[in-house]
Design a protein around this ligand. Structure first.
Ligand code: CDP
Length: 581
């Protein structure tokens, strides 16, 4: 059965120059000399055709061309895009379509190096990997077979880091990893400080898995036990405050480690009967079971506004887009070529998908709402609430048509509502997708109105925010000089020639307080099955207690995790304002 009626299909996809550059470099099929042999339209057609083929599994007599055209139209209008591996690999030899993986690591050399190998295979196909290192015995523990001493989690992480570097040299997208260590692991202090030297573990994000019990001990100024996972013995006792302070201090200094609230993640684990969740994917938005993978996709909210003059959210269009996108992502599972048999099995058992949004900041500007206002929070609540309920309804409709996910029995939906997918929504960073779609990334405010973007291989590009350029031209204050000043790091609020309402509408990440960032993340988390990728920006002069306050607030506001970024705290920023070299 069809979703709903057809929409216009553009002959050519309206791609900005830098979107084309990104596609040319990494997404389009190339010949042996490295010249693209497909157009962006060919690429989207390849993706739509490959994914729609899954429809035949359920209904061999369906009009698959019709569904292919709907999928194609959604992408060609830049209203929805699947995660990068789907764009890159669908209908091609690799055929691996997911961005997110979690691999188990048991306390043995064999398991550790199996995981290194599996990581290499996943990175080769454009996926990212997360691991919990919490099961490994601590550094200097005895090793039974040789009588020697163990290296500990942090040393073994280096093996993954080097493997990631080697694969990166193959020229595909840069591999990314998440390492999680439980707050009560004996090596926790070593882990917390593991990235303090420059150039170490550069392919890893670190997150400490924090328990509710630990948070209570922080509040009560109490102590807690470090436990050796190898034998279950208490290794030492620590003051919870001392460890928490250390985490906060280092996050202030370098941005690492982040934290994840692992008990909260497990309280919302949709399939607890299959085991506990110990890790997330690299950017933290997708908690997964060992060997589970998930494919993501994002609706471009900047395309979901209607009206001339007084504008409003186009809920008809958003509903259609969400329903079609859910169908698309569910189809992806059936045509995906998984890198390992265990991953294929585990993924098909839960059928998790992660639909999210991008272009939220652009949508707000179009609606005339400042990101930094109560109306912005209310819009987030309404829009994400709608995306969440529509995606669940779409998954229910698919369950009626195709059956529930195989691990439904014993899941949190069992006996309540029949679902095709154990989870439906995830908010990804959309680092590249937003460039392709030409919109603001994920749910982030604009980072700057004019900036230089560092992309892979050290290429730098100058970008003027298109909404701002339009507003400046319409408002009659556009000038080359103004754009140049902004690109060199000048702030809009300091410029006398700019009208006050423009300044208010075009707030950037730096104009929003860290607490404002957390509030926005919390609203989106409330309506997201999985987790939310969001950076909480701090000004360079923020203090350690400022960071501490935000970490505590993140816990109180119901976040599943948090990462912060203090301006200038890392040498190698992905984006920066200031003069291009
Ligand atoms: O925009 P795009 O689909 O390329 O990716 P994203 O939304 O920025 O990131 C989504 C997820 O893709 C991350 O959380 C990782 O799991 C994975 N990823 C990766 O493995 N390597 C990267 N260089 C970027 C993303």
């Amino acid at each position: 059965p069809k979703t709903t009626g057809h929409r216009e299909v553009p002959e050519k996809v309206a791609l900005a120059e830098n979107a084309l550059a990104v596609l040319n470099k990494r997404y389009l099929k190339k010949d042996k000399q490295g010249n693209p042999i497909e157009t962006p339209e060919d690429m989207l057609r390849r993706v739509a055709r490959t994914v729609a083929a899954a429809e035949l599994v359920y209904n061999p007599r369906c009009d698959v061309r019709d569904i292919e055209n709907e999928f194609y139209g959604l992408m060609a209008r830049l209203e929805f895009l699947p995660n990068s591996p789907t764009l890159m690999n669908a209908g091609r030899e690799l055929g691996q379509l997911s961005a997110c993986f979690v691999l188990p690591i048991e306390d043995s050399i064999e398991s550790i190096f199996d995981a290194v190998k599996h990581t290499a295979m996943i990175h080769k196909s454009g996926g990212g990997t997360g691991f919990s290192f919490s099961r490994l015995r601590p550094e200097s523990d005895r090793v039974g077979t040789t009588g020697g001493v163990a290296s500990g989690p942090v040393s073994f992480m280096r093996a993954f880091d080097v493997a990631t570097d080697v694969i990166k040299q193959g020229g595909t997208r840069r591999g990314a990893n998440m390492a999680i260590l439980s707050i009560d692991h004996p090596d926790i202090e070593h882990f917390i400080t593991a990235k303090q030297q420059a150039g170490v573990l550069t392919n890893f994000n670190l997150s400490v898995a924090i328990t509710d019990k630990f948070m209570a001990a922080v509040r009560d100024n109490g102590e807690y036990d470090l436990v050796n996972p190898h034998n279950g013995e208490v290794f030492a006792r620590r003051k919870a405050r001392a460890i928490f302070d250390q985490i906060v201090q280092l996050a202030w200094k370098t941005g690492d480690p982040g934290i994840v609230f692992i008990d909260r993640i497990n309280a919302e684990n949709p399939t607890p009967q299959l085991g506990k969740i110990e890790s997330t994917n690299p950017c933290g938005e997708q908690p997964l079971l060992p060997y589970e993978s998930c494919n993501l996709g994002s609706v471009n909210l900047s395309k979901m506004v209607k009206g001339n003059g007084k504008k409003e959210v186009d809920y008809d269009k958003l509903g259609y887009t969400v329903r079609t996108a859910v169908r698309f992502l569910d189809d992806v599972i059936d045509v995906n070529k998984f890198p390992l048999e265990q991953i294929a099995e585990q993924t098909r058992r839960t059928r998790k998908i992660g639909l999210g949004v991008m272009g939220f900041a652009d949508m707000l500007i179009d609606l005339g709402i400042s990101y930094n206002s109560p109306e912005a929070l209310a819009t987030a609540e309404a829009v994400m609430g709608f995306v969440q309920s529509e995606s669940h309804r779409a998954s229910e409709a698919l369950a009626a048509e195709r059956g529930v996910f195989p691990a439904y029995e014993g899941s949190m939906y069992d006996g309540k509502v029949k679902m095709r997918n154990a989870s439906c929504t995830t908010i990804a960073p959309t680092g590249t997708l937003s460039i392709i779609a030409g919109c603001s990334s994920g749910i982030e405010p604009h980072f700057a109105l004019c900036f230089t973007r560092n992309i892979m291989d050290g290429t730098r590009m100058i970008e003027v925010n298109p909404c701002f350029e339009r507003a400046a031209r319409d408002g009659g204050f556009y000038s080359e000089d103004l754009m140049k000043k902004l690109a060199e790091g000048a702030h809009l609020e300091d410029m006398t020639e700019i009208p006050a309402e423009v300044k208010k509408l075009f707030v950037t990440a730096h104009n929003i307080t860290p607490r404002g960032h957390v509030m926005m993340q919390a609203v989106f988390q409330k309506y997201t099955d999985n987790a939310v990728s969001k950076t909480v920006n701090f000004p360079a002069d923020a203090t350690v207690p400022d960071v501490e306050g935000v970490y505590l607030m993140a816990f109180d506001e119901g976040l599943k995790g948090i990462t912060i970024y203090r301006d200038g705290c890392k040498a190698d920023q992905p984006m920066s304002t200031g003069k291009a070299e």
